[in-house]
Design a protein around this ligand. Structure first.
Ligand code: HEC
Ligand code: HEC
Length: 254
């Protein structure tokens, strides 16, 4: 898997002690807010400058490159910062923590409480499985922490439509025989529909049998977690999901 190779490479290059150090990341976060956020967005989501968080998906987040960008600037659009070297590395540490898979970063929150919210108040197990426990309508989250940064996990919870919810559209159909079905549309053409229900059953439906169909826009995930859950509950959920990895994380040697 290319991702793995990327992280091995990153491990080798992450020689600066600031990388992965919670104190440096904290300090870097403040410097980022002051000196980078105006162009790259408060959470690195982009603005006048490019989105720094999506980068993990298309090329390696490589600390030396970020360091160089901070020290020297990039092209005409990004001026060099005047930060001393140690502070520049703190900013790099922050950007890396923002873009690295959650399992490789420190995420504040109460993991045990997050687990409780996941299966209790949040109702997440209705649609998501972790280690084969839970519903099948949404993606399995057993390995979410090794593929998504913590901030992206938070976005998925608070803004489910944000990243397009690729391949998942809520759908409900009523068949000509009166039966109705609800779930997500996995594959759809003018002639047939593959509908996956909450139990994970796949129904192949001939469109000729459909009396009525409502196709939701975007993600079938509830859109009200931002108001339904407290900030602390969301933090705890993210902390819990940030531990769900099938591949154990081996910290790089300094
Ligand atoms: C005045 C706006 C501005 C500020 C301030 C700014 N950037 Fe940028 N940044 C940009 C633009 C525009 C680009 C894209 C430049 C290009 O590709 O020509 C960029 C590119 C980058 C890149 C990509 C480098 C690469 O090789 O792909 C990184 C990393 C980066 N910025 C980090 C930072 C950090 C960290 C800070 C704060 C110390 C910061 N930037 C401050 C506008 C800014
Ligand atoms: C009604 C079903 C449903 C419920 C309830 C639900 N989800 Fe989802 N979730 C989905 C579906 C479908 C997707 C895939 C589409 C998308 O990305 O929005 C998804 C996507 C996600 C993703 C992104 C997964 C990835 O691989 O990128 C995360 C993280 C997530 N959900 C977490 C949660 C958490 C935490 C809760 C509870 C607070 C929850 N979900 C509740 C259906 C649900």
């Amino acid at each position: 898997m290319p991702l793995l190779a990327q992280h091995e490479k990153e491990g080798e290059e992450s020689k600066n002690p600031a990388i992965g150090d919670p104190k440096a990341i904290d300090a870097g976060g403040k410097l980022f807010a002051g000196g980078c956020a105006a162009c790259h967005g408060a959470d690195g989501q982009g603005g006048r400058g490019p989105n720094l968080r999506m980068r993990v998906f298309w090329h390696a987040v490589d600390p030396p490159t970020i360091f160089k960008a901070v020290q020297k600037g990039v092209g005409a659009g990004m001026p060099a910062s005047n930060l001393p070297e140690d502070q520049a590395w703190q900013v790099v540490a922050f950007v890396v923590s923002m873009t690295s898979p959650a399992i490789e970063t420190t995420v504040n929150g109460d993991v045990e409480n997050g687990r409780a919210v996941f299966s209790g108040k949040g109702g997440c197990t209705g649609c998501h499985s972790i280690n084969n426990q839970g519903g099948k309508m949404g993606p399995d989250l057993s390995n979410i922490a090794s593929v998504k940064p913590a901030l992206a996990i938070r976005d998925a919870i608070l803004d489910p439509d944000g990243d397009g919810a690729d391949g998942y559209h809520a759908v409900s159909v009523t068949l000509r025989n009166g039966k109705s079905l609800k779930g997500v549309a996995r594959n759809r053409s003018n002639y047939s529909l593959q509908l996956q229900d909450r139990q994970g059953n796949l129904h192949l439906i001939n469109m000729a049998d459909v009396a009525e169909m409502t196709l939701g826009k975007g993600s079938p995930m509830p859109k009200d977690y931002g108001s339904k859950l407290s900030t602390k509950e969301v933090d705890d959920l993210v902390a819990y999901l940030a531990k769900q990895s099938l591949r154990p994380f081996v910290p790089s040697k300094k």
